[in-house]
Design a binder for this molecule. Structure first.
Ligand SMILES: Nc1ncnc2c1ncn2[C@@H]1O[C@H](COP(=O)(O)OP(=O)(O)OP(=O)(O)O)[C@@H](O)[C@H]1O
Length: 471
């Protein structure tokens, strides 16, 4: 097995123990980059042993080297043309999670990548995928499972950008990896013919579409080298998807033959999850938990605010906030319509809000809508419209809360408070998505007085402070 490149310029501050993991659990390795200010080290012997066999960690200044570039981290593993494409896109220096995870991933270890929203987890696992797949081989070698069509389209786009080659490359480099998006709402019949004729190297899939193909044996995962499960906590929490997910992890392919990667900004009870990974054979026993910024789950560039008002005044308050903030690009999150409200014959609150903003908001941005009930074409049209536009005001349900990368978003408004702290984290994480930027971004929740204690709970759980805005 190839040796992982060394991590340079990083301080290993804390390696968590497996103390809360039940006794019979083999010690999972856990690497946490929690900040750059302290230098205390606390090693538990079995973990230290596990780490020393696989992950080379150096303290800042120890090796005398400067920060490693992405190219240096990936040299000898990821094809040169992929690294050149990455540089062309602007990915030159690694983010913290990429510095931490890539050496583990490129050493062949299974990995749970656990890092803040917008921290660059996608590129970390895609570089692993490109290190593992061979374009000349006619088989599906990497599978990336995502929860929504929107996230799938985004990951596919980045993967295709990295796979594409400059026209003047050498002849021997002409064939490049093909990437198929097997997503809900896609043209599965066309994909079926493609899979049978010439299997792509990489498949990005939502669970339902994927299982439909696997159950009918349209393709197999015999040659699978890398399996990535993105937004893993969301998929495991979905009663509709969890049994199929477990089947993908254990029945259609075996963890002993592939490298398995889980990614998310939120993995509640992560020690328990790593334990389950080993027990359930979703991963190999030496899986590594790379936990970046373990102390602060939310990006520090976010400023959190709240406004208290009655339910009736929410529309007016949002309008007033929009006029005073004048955001260039913003997302307004609205809760799902309750069954009671549907039965009462009320229109969906998303649609009502869009209508209200279209008639009352005098900002320059287009008002767009993204929600589950729209058909897939309208959803795709909304997303591409706002990616192309100068600025946007997107009204969305939580369908836009996971993984969707709209880096220009500067303001998030919680028109309805999210149901859980994890939902708050993912909604808030749709802004502040420029890894090396100093720009401050805003998350404002419009709440009733009774909801103040719920928001307070989220503040405690996610360790952030919310400032009251008086209108
Ligand atoms: N090395 C890098 N240099 C510059 N920009 C980067 C780098 N890596 C990633 N990015 C950019 O950072 C943004 C966030 O990346 P990404 O979508 O992978 O975050 P994430 O960790 O998956 O977030 P989430 O948990 O919200 O899904 C993207 O716009 C991406 O293009």
């Amino acid at each position: 097995m190839a040796v992982a490149p060394a991590v340079t310029n990083l301080r290993l501050l804390h390696i968590s123990s497996s103390a809360v993991v039940p006794k019979q659990c083999p010690a999972p390795s856990s690497v946490q980059l929690v900040g750059r200010s302290s230098s205390s080290r606390r090693f538990k012997p079995p973990l230290r042993a596990a780490l020393q066999t696989s992950v080379v960690l150096r303290e800042e200044g120890e090796s005398g080297g400067g920060a490693a570039t992405l190219r240096e981290l990936c040299r000898g593993h990821v094809p040169d043309h992929v690294l050149s494409r990455a540089e062309g896109i602007g990915y030159v220096m690694p983010t913290d999670v990429q510095s931490q995870a890539l050496p583990v991933l490129l050493s062949g270890r299974d990995c749970v990548i656990h890092a803040q929203t917008g921290s660059g987890k996608t590129l970390a696992y895609l570089l692993l995928v490109f290190s593992a797949v061979k374009a000349q081989r006619s088989a599906v070698q990497a599978l990336i499972v995502v929860p929504t069509r929107e996230l799938g389209m985004q990951v596919t786009k980045v993967a295709r950008m990295l796979a594409s080659k400059a026209a003047d490359n050498d002849l021997e480099e002409k064939s490049s990896c093909t990437v198929m998006a097997l997503l809900d709402g896609g043209m599965l019949r066309r994909h079926k013919s493609w899979l049978k004729a010439e299997p792509p190297s990489i498949v990005v899939a939502t669970i339902a579409s994927l299982c439909q193909m696997l159950d009918k044996q349209i393709f197999k995962l015999d040659a699978l080298e890398v399996l990535v499960i993105d937004e893993v906590d969301f998929l495991f929490n979905s009663s509709k998807q969890v049994s199929s997910l477990k089947k993908i992890l254990t029945s259609y392919s075996s963890s002993s033959k592939r490298q398995t990667v889980f990614a998310s900004a939120s993995i509640p009870q992560h020690k328990r999850f790593v334990y389950d990974c080993i027990q359930q054979k979703w991963t190999k026993r030496d899986v590594v938990h790379v936990h970046v910024n373990a102390i602060k789950p939310l990006p520090s560039c976010l400023q959190h605010k709240f406004v208290v008002c009655t339910k009736k005044l929410k529309h007016a308050v949002l309008l007033s906030l929009l006029h005073s903030d004048a955001p260039k690009s913003a997302i307004v999150f609205v809760g799902e319509q309750s069954e009671k409200s549907k039965k009462a014959g009320n229109g969906p609150s998303t649609v009502l809000l869009v209508d209200f903003l279209k008639t009352s908001y005098r900002g320059s941005s287009d008002v767009l809508l993204l929600e589950e009930d729209m058909n897939f074409n309208s959803r795709a049209a909304s997303l591409s419209e706002l990616r192309e536009g100068e600025g946007y005001l997107l009204v969305a349900t939580d369908i836009a809360a996971r993984g969707v990368d709209l880096p220009e978003t500067t303001h998030i408004y919680n028109f309805d408070l999210p149901r859980t702290a994890v939902d708050y984290l993912h909604r808030a994480g749709r802004t502040g998505r420029k890894p090396f930027s100093d720009e401050k971004c805003n998350v404002t929740s419009i709440i009733t007085l009774e909801e103040r204690f719920v928001l307070q709970r989220y503040e405690n759980e996610l360790m952030f402070n919310c400032e009251e805005v008086i209108i």
